[in-house]
Design a protein around this ligand. Structure first.
Ligand code: GRF
Length: 200
């Protein structure tokens, strides 16, 4: 079973979805570590409840991105982590981590990339009066949400859509899509073609 680390910065609802499917056996992976750049984030509490080790750090206590990424790398190696799952981690991955894990880091983003990269993708889609949005899972490179796309799922934005309703729709998709795609990537190394684009 592959050892994975999940990186999060906030509530960690995607992290929880991953914990839950590992428990049921639908996702054959060993969550070896949570990495969190906000020690007070709820994701850290979720790790505690699930008895998953957490490396919660404050980036301000390090001199540079390279310095805190070196500290992360040491932890990842110590736990034998083979694959990194970003789930709401609000920092760009730098060359220290990419140098070791390139091609083995994935991210989930709440828009149809390349539309609306970066922060508040849901707010960006609503402000642009987009008719469609969705979820993208992609490999991570040095850019902001620019890596090769693995899978996308589209949803219609209705005329009456609110931030809350769109967020809920997106989260419902994320919590099912991420575990199922991770299972394919971790056990087969690829994603079935009929999974690559779905519309609701
Ligand atoms: C998700 O919408 C994910 O797509 C984005 O950040 C959000 C994290 O939410 N990258 P949560 O912390 O998993 O609840």
């Amino acid at each position: 079973m592959k050892k994975i680390a999940v990186f999060a910065s906030g509530s960690g609802s995607n992290f929880q979805a991953i914990i839950d499917v590992v428990k049921t056996g639908e996702l054959e992976a060993d969550i070896a570590l949570l990495v969190c750049d906000k020690p007070e984030a709820f994701a850290v509490r979720r790790a505690e409840s699930a008895h998953i080790p957490a490396f919660a750090f404050n980036p301000k206590e390090y001199d540079s991105k390279e310095a805190y990424e070196k500290a992360i790398l040491e932890k990842l190696k110590g736990y034998g982590v083979e694959f990194i799952v970003l789930a709401g981690y609000m920092r760009l991955i730098g060359s220290t981590l990419l140098g070791e894990y390139s091609g083995r880091i994935v991210n989930i983003h709440p828009s149809l990339l390349p539309a609306f990269p970066g922060k508040d993708a849901i707010g960006q889609a609503l402000a642009a009066k987009a008719k469609w949005s969705g979820v993208t899972i992609h490999y991570v490179d040095e850019g902001m949400d620019t890596g090769p796309i693995i899978v996308q799922e589209r949803i219609r934005i209705s005329e009456k859509e609110t931030r809350e309703s769109l967020q809920k729709k997106i989260q419902n998709i994320e919590h099912k899509l991420y575990p199922s795609i991770l299972q394919m990537l971790l056990t087969r190394g690829e994603v079935q073609s009929d999974e690559k684009a779905r519309t609701y």
